[in-house]
Write a protein that binds this ligand. Structure first.
Ligand code: ZN
Length: 65
């Protein structure tokens, strides 16, 4: 690691990284990378759309029953 002048681009799309979203360029790429990790861990056989529903239903589940 001798060269430390140039900064690496976003690991998802390769665009310049923003300090607020480091090491990504935008919150969108941050989500994409996160979903990639989740996908590798859970390996859901269905479409990825299910994951978004689950994340949003965490609180509303308590009301029903
Ligand atoms: Zn990006």
């Amino acid at each position: 690691m001798r060269r430390a002048a140039k900064t690496k681009g976003c690991p998802v799309c390769g665009k310049p990284v923003r300090a607020e979203q480091a090491p990504f360029c935008s919150p969108g790429c941050k989500d994409r990378d996160l979903l990639k990790w989740l996908g590798e861990g859970y390996r859901i056989p269905g479409p990825p759309a299910d994951e978004q529903l689950l994340l949003g239903r965490v609180d509303s589940e308590e009301g029903e029953g």
